[in-house]
Design a protein around this ligand. Structure first.
Ligand SMILES: [Mg+2]
Length: 432
């Protein structure tokens, strides 16, 4: 008899079979979950990437030294010479005095009164940057130019034939020989670790982190070594007792998310040496553009110029929002007969309105030659690289930088169209 209230034992075979097992070797049965993990490991191994990160050492300073040998080994500051100027870049020797970029020039000179000051030359730096890009483009199957002096190369698969370290070392030698500039590289299985490795290899060095050693390489480093950790985030983490990457990697991901939102998850991944982001080929890197078809075809020069200013300011603002610089401007004109003409110009890397406006107007004056009604105009910025806009402000003061920051803050808050150059304010009869 079965006591009341007790479930009846189920003597039927289960409706769903249990996980099947597969025998790979005689006498050993592997269940599906084990095989799944085994398979994943193989897949990861097959997809294992080799990424080289190249970074020119103290780029602006190195270019200055190339022009003037007497500057080598001296504390050198690059920036404006006015009373209110800031340091755009400085040599390793200057850094020993506690000087860093974005510091007021006055403070820097107080820390190191015998430092040599040179005004920057963005045209020359851009030229040297392009020279190095050409050497890399000639050698590397897939590369990304991430800033004016930084490159990521995806050389996965190359190791089978050449040995990736040997190949990268050769490339480094070639760049140094052809450009005359010192460059360092880091070699690893992803972009993040290769970048941190370059940083550790500097100045003028190279470092390879083998697959599987990413975490242990990062562990002892201070949290600020992770690229996305700025001064503010670093301080925030330190207040919470997180000083090394190891500690950061051990903080529960949910806690990091609670501390800093989505960025917390990204940060946890980085602390654990995980970064799946691909190397974006230079020719596929995005551009920023805008175009406008006029409600009625026009030949009104004041209107056309005002529109050029408006469009340039709009996308230059976008550029700064994305923390990017452009190295190439393209202008497009479509005439009333639908003939479309474009002209492009390679320019020193910039994101400043006043420099870009000058180039766009210059292009327009060269391109507009038919004295015909215009139906559409468009402006495009390409050859985009990461970069801060202080990079261009060699001759400008703290006020100029503050002005740009204030302009962008207002645009951020109210929309870009609410703040424009005085020249763009048309008399009422032109506004239609
Ligand atoms: Mg650099």
């Amino acid at each position: 008899m079965i006591p009341a209230g007790r479930p009846v034992a189920n003597n039927y075979p289960p409706l769903l079979p249990g996980p099947p097992s597969v025998s790979l070797f005689t006498g050993v049965n592997y269940s599906w979950p084990v095989l799944f993990i085994f398979n994943s490991v193989i897949m990861i191994a097959l997809q294992q990437r080799t990424i080289a990160h190249f970074d020119l050492d103290c780029f602006f300073v190195s270019v200055e030294c190339l022009n003037d040998d007497s500057l080598r080994g001296k504390p050198l500051l690059i920036g404006g010479s006015s009373d209110r100027a800031v340091v755009s870049a400085c040599s390793y020797e200057a850094r020993k005095y506690g000087i860093h970029s974005a510091m007021p020039m006055k403070t820097a000179l107080r820390l190191c009164p015998h430092a040599i000051v040179r005004s920057g030359d963005m045209e020359r730096y851009s030229e040297k940057s392009r020279e190095v890009t050409a050497v890399i483009a000639d050698q590397a199957p897939l590369y990304e130019k991430s800033s004016i002096d930084e490159f990521y190369l995806d050389i996965s698969g190359m190791d089978k034939f050449f040995g990736s370290l040997k190949w990268t070392t050769e490339l480094r030698k070639k760049i140094m020989k052809e450009s005359g500039l010192p460059i360092s590289f880091g070699l690893a299985s992803n972009k993040l670790v290769s970048k941190v490795a370059t940083d550790e290899a500097k100045p003028n060095g190279q470092l390879e982190i083998h697959f599987g050693e990413e975490k242990s390489f990062l562990a002892p480093l201070p949290v600020e070594k992770i690229p996305m950790v700025g001064r503010e985030t670093g301080a925030q983490l330190r207040r919470r007792g997180v000083e090394t990457v190891k500690t950061l990697s051990e903080v529960p991901i949910s806690l990091l998310e609670a501390w800093m939102g989505k960025n917390g998850i990204a940060l946890w991944k980085k602390a654990n040496g995980i970064d799946e982001s691909p190397v974006v080929p230079y020719y596929e890197q995005k551009s920023i553009s805008t175009e406008n078809t006029f409600p009625a075809d026009t030949i009104d020069m004041a209107l056309l110029h005002a529109e050029l200013v408006r469009m340039t300011e709009k996308i230059a603002f976008e550029l700064r929002q994305q923390n990017k610089l452009t190295g190439c401007v393209t202008l497009k004109i479509r005439y009333s007969d639908f003939q479309t003409v474009t002209k492009q110009m390679t320019i020193p890397y910039t994101c400043s309105d006043h420099i870009l406006l000058e180039k766009v107007k210059d292009l327009f004056n060269k391109l507009y030659d038919r004295r015909l009604l215009v139906r559409l105009i468009g402006v495009r910025f390409s050859h985009l690289v990461q970069g801060n806009y202080q990079i261009n402000l060699f001759d400008d003061s703290q006020e100029m930088i503050a002005l740009y920051q204030a302009i962008d803050q207002i645009k951020n808050r109210f929309g870009w169209q609410y703040l424009m150059k005085g020249t763009n304010v048309l008399p009422p009869e032109k506004k239609k």
